[in-house]
Design a protein around this ligand. Structure first.
Ligand SMILES: *Cc1c(COP(=O)(O)O)cnc(C)c1O
Length: 414
């Protein structure tokens, strides 16, 4: 299953994207339910025969319809805020399969998570351990805890999505991790159950993850020898996807196969927290061409989507392939694809060779299902785009386009 041109028209499953753009307007995010299920099932198959849980990282794409279809597949969820837990529960997800990650959990969010019956907390500091113990005690509850370890492994990815090196804010430093575990184990209202890590995102090579898991396995053995009931390893997320043809990514099966070989035989259960690798390729952002212009010999194609809709190019210089939704056969030109926002950083694609786009035509920014809508904002007072879920031959709007009234909701004049 994939996005492909059939008879010159870009399709996913049995739906033509030109039809979605016509019916729902632009800019619009489109997600393929079938592709999301396929990726989830690849993870499930790769872990077959081994105790495991796949906790989808909600922040990658938190639309309720996406969460609901993953919940139906049996997924657990990795959350980083109370708001994400609220979404998971609203979508029919099971709190008993939720792990709460994040470096800065608020007391309110911790209380909500304990109340909802979240399975496990991945703690990142001594200070957080103390707060979690206190809040659990006040609620007469016992919280299950894994510490997120910073294994000091270089994930070889963009510096903003590298999280497992010593200088990053994430995790507990390896040199003090046993002390932190001893501290957590001595807390009356905590039960230490696992070891977790998440070293980065968009990793194209699983080797750094294998190295991190080897360090986790060794640590788990040391902690067990100290008498701690360590029963699971949480390997985090981070598998990369193919944003451009030159990138080589391991299949989910191959990457998970390499990781499970490290854990097999230890008797530990495995948890993973994949986000991008489940939803990125399943989504596209459709935009309509407004104008073309030439400045100093440079061609610009101005479209109705902008950095407020898809921030990744502005934030990480990320590459998204651009495809015409209907092949025009026009002669090719080289052009930047830019949005209407008043910032020079507002570009979506640079120096692309495409059949000359014409005003009114719809283009697709590919591989936009992860960290696309979730990072959207209302900058320049632009309503956020609609979201559409394709499933087989049908599609439906799963989030309406924001209106001007939505823009000012909650605001008032003096
Ligand atoms: C963001 C995040 C993930 C998901 O990362 P992907 O690269 O999207 O797979 C998993 N775990 C934690 C703790 C995260 O912060």
């Amino acid at each position: 299953m994939n996005y492909e041109h059939r008879g010159g028209r870009l399709c996913v499953e049995e739906v033509e994207l030109a039809e979605v753009a016509e019916a729902c307007g632009t800019p619009v995010y489109v997600y393929s339910a079938g592709m999301i299920r396929e990726r989830y099932r690849e993870y499930a198959a790769a872990f077959a025969g081994m105790p495991h849980r796949i906790c989808y990282a909600v922040k990658a794409n938190s639309n309720l319809a996406v969460l609901a279809l993953l919940a139906k597949e049996g997924a657990g969820f990795d959350i980083v805020s109370g708001g994400e837990l609220f979404r998971v529960l609203r979508a029919g997800g099971d709190a008993a399969k939720v792990v709460f990650s994040g470096v800065g959990k608020s007391v309110g969010d911790i209380r909500y998570a304990i109340e909802a019956g979240v399975d496990n907390f991945n703690c990142e500091s001594f200070a957080e351990i103390e707060v979690l113990d206190r809040v659990a005690g006040e609620m007469g509850a016992t919280a299950q805890v894994a510490l997120r370890v910073n294994p000091d492994v270089n994930p070889v990815t963009h510096e903003y999505i590298s999280t497992g090196m010593r200088e990053n804010k994430f995790g507990v430093d390896m040199s003090i991790v046993e002390k932190a575990y001893a501290h957590a184990a001595a807390c009356r209202n905590l039960r230490v159950t696992g070891v977790s890590c998440h070293i980065g995102s968009q990793m194209l090579d699983p080797a750094p993850m294998v190295e991190a898991v080897e360090r986790l396995v060794a640590l788990a053995a040391r902690l067990q020898a100290m008498g701690m009931p360590i029963a699971h390893l949480d390997l985090g997320g981070g598998l990369g996807v193919k944003y451009q043809r030159s990138e080589e990514t391991p299949s989910i099966g191959a990457a998970i196969g390499a990781l499970r070989r490290v854990v097999e035989g230890t008797g530990l259960a495995v948890m993973v927290e994949p986000g991008r690798s489940i939803v990125a390729e399943a989504g596209v952002l459709l935009a309509r061409v407004l104008y073309r212009k030439n400045n100093g010999g440079k061609e610009f194609t101005i479209v109705d989507a902008a950095m407020n809709d898809l921030l990744r190019p502005a934030l990480y210089k990320a590459f998204h392939e651009v495809k015409p939704v209907v092949a025009s056969g026009a002669a090719e030109i080289e052009t930047d694809i830019v949005g209407p926002v008043c910032e020079s950083g507002d570009w979506l694609a640079k120096g692309r060779v495409l059949p000359a786009p014409t005003s009114g035509e719809v283009i697709a920014l590919m591989t936009a299902g992860a960290y696309g809508f979730g990072m959207a904002s209302n900058y320049n007072s632009r309503g956020r785009a609609a979201e559409v879920l394709v499933d087989g031959a049908s599609y439906r709007v799963v989030r309406e386009r924001e209106t001007w009234d939505d823009l000012v909701r909650g605001e008032s004049v003096a």
